[in-house]
Design a binder for this molecule. Structure first.
Ligand SMILES: [Zn+2]
Length: 545
């Protein structure tokens, strides 16, 4: 989480219906997905394939900025006709893109600068001009987002984004061009506009209603308002394109690769790396399945998609990969959490700048976002975030309930208890929410870190099971300056394999206490039996300031 404040999106279900009813929104629908709950969140943008996004907002992002973003993205974009595929960027699209770009940057961790970002920009513009959307490199804006989630997306108007984490997973320049080309492909084919329009034509309001309902909360008005308020800030976004749209974007990407002289197999190989990373993450998080990150569920059959992409590339696929150039240009990029937004170490979350730490319950996994860190598991969900604080913890707690309930729902705790946690003044309350089918408990647990600064957990569990998070609530503590200074980021370190090196010896240099070899193999796209050759360059993840 960053220092920005959590804001409950002021969108009601009614507003969404009204927007949907106009039937002519011209953006794509980006879904906010947290574990088992999905809801439409943004209607603008294409998104990838890649899955979970962790987002860090700029510190300047405030409630006043975020609220209009939410409204702007909620779906009322107006109703120009959808341009045909590969029509150059229209005036309307350019205006939309220019409007959303700074807000998306702020929401998704901010744009990186420096040599690595400059390289991504150069490769992205080269591939984007192959699309026919714009004739000049200047028609496109390519940004590297400071996010530790694997993702990429694009916005109509020629704005293309990838996270640094996804770049770190790639093994050559052709793969970078493939991912960016895939996103450009969604834009060129106007997939987001078509997706949105089809949803309205075919299913009317049903699709909105269906995606708004979370399994935990059931399908009801209160579930919708509570889950929207609750999930905002957890920042896991993915866009639901149809399978055929994904395949078409892959195909367009491959075409652009070919035109640009790249090895067209790169689309298949980068998709394979994503699938491997996704299943490794699932295993490491103890999720047992690969449904979250959502890359897998957005693309239900990653293996066959990889095969399709490889066969589309053709048996005689050639072209450049620029592997060594790519590796030397991304060397040193931050990998995983940026300490400025807090880091997850096993079950512990440490925020060096906010000077706090807590421990998640056993069996839960955390995802760090721009405005919140979320804690997810079978027994419930929680998120830590901050809100404006005027010095009264009780009213702070009440305000959070009000915000969670939203305009349409009165949500308030039966009582507010005061306590002290590791020397920190704290207050908490619980509200039971009946949604008709079942009941859930919403807990807000707030801590006063300074006279003008408070943080809080909002947690949601099946009724009566709120104690799943008690130990976590009680684990919140301040950290010292020296503990904060010991948080050192991980970075990609590109090394040349020496004569005496093996996968095993290199894996031991990975800055992780678990799954070193599995991580090394996925990072370098090495199959389970595959070895390394002396002289070859490989990526390691090391600790370095
Ligand atoms: Zn896609």
């Amino acid at each position: 989480m960053g220092l920005a404040q959590s804001v409950v999106f002021p969108i009601s279900l009614r507003q969404l219906r009204e927007c949907g009813g106009k039937g002519a929104a011209s953006g794509g629908m980006l879904f906010l997905r947290t574990g088992r709950t999905t809801m439409p969140q943004i209607i603008v943008s294409n998104s990838t394939c890649a899955g979970l996004r962790r987002i860090r907002s700029s510190r300047a992002l405030t409630a006043t900025m975020a609220a209009p973003l939410a409204l702007a993205l909620s779906g009322c974009l107006g109703g120009a006709p959808i341009p045909s595929a590969s029509t150059p960027i229209t005036q309307t699209e350019a205006q939309q893109g220019a409007e959303f770009h700074p807000q998306l940057l702020a929401e998704f961790g901010g744009a990186m600068t420096g040599p690595q970002a400059a390289y991504v920009e150069q490769v992205g513009k080269n591939i984007a001009v192959q699309s026919g959307l714009g004739n000049a490199r200047e028609s496109f804006t390519v940004s590297t987002l400071n996010s530790s989630v694997n993702n990429a997306f694009a916005v109509p108007g020629g704005y293309i984004y990838t996270t640094r984490q996804l770049v770190s997973l790639m093994n050559n320049e052709a793969e970078l061009a493939a991912v960016l080309g895939h996103e450009v492909g969604h834009v060129a084919a106007r997939h987001s506009q078509r997706r949105q329009r089809n949803a309205q034509r075919n299913q009317g309001l049903g699709v909105l209603g269906a995606v708004l309902s979370g399994v935990l909360l059931g399908d009801s008005q209160i579930a919708n308002t509570v889950s929207r308020g609750f999930l905002q800030g957890s920042q896991m976004l993915t866009l639901s394109f149809s399978r055929s749209q994904e395949l078409q974007a892959d195909e367009l990407g491959i075409e652009y690769l070919s035109r640009a002289g790249y090895d067209t197999r790169a689309m298949g190989t980068v998709l394979a790396s994503l699938a491997a990373q996704n299943s490794l993450d699932a295993r490491l998080q103890g999720r047992g399945d690969a449904k979250v990150p959502a890359w897998a569920s957005t693309h239900p059959d990653p293996a066959s998609r990889v095969q399709t992409a490889l066969s589309k590339a053709g048996p005689s696929a050639g072209g450049t990969t620029n592997r060594d150039t790519f590796l030397s240009r991304i060397d040193g990029v931050i990998y995983g959490d940026d300490p400025e937004q807090g880091v997850i170490e096993g079950r512990q979350f440490i925020h060096p700048e906010l000077r706090l730490s807590f421990t998640a319950p056993q069996g839960f996994y955390m995802v760090n976002g721009s405005r919140a860190v979320s804690v997810n598991g079978q027994g419930g969900k929680a998120q830590l975030t901050l809100a404006p604080y005027a010095g009264d913890l009780s009213s702070y707690v009440r305000q959070q309930f009000t915000a969670l309930g939203g305009k349409d729902q009165q949500l308030s705790p039966s009582s507010i208890q005061r306590t002290t946690v590791n020397g920190i003044s704290a207050a908490y309350g619980t509200a039971r929410v009946n949604n008709g089918n079942s009941q859930v408990d919403v807990v807000v647990f707030a801590y006063e870190f300074a006279r003008d600064r408070a943080y809080h957990f909002a947690a949601i569990t099946p009724a009566g099971q709120g104690n799943a998070f008690t130990a976590m609530f009680n684990s919140m503590r301040r950290i010292s300056a020296s503990e904060a200074s010991q948080v050192i980021p991980r970075r990609i370190d590109v090394v040349t394999v020496g004569r005496g090196d093996s996968v095993q010896s290199l894996s031991r240099r990975m800055a992780y206490s678990d799954a070193q070899e599995a991580r090394f193999r996925v990072l370098n796209a090495l199959g389970s039996g595959e070895g390394v050759r002396p002289g070859q360059k490989v990526k390691l993840v090391v600790r370095a300031r």
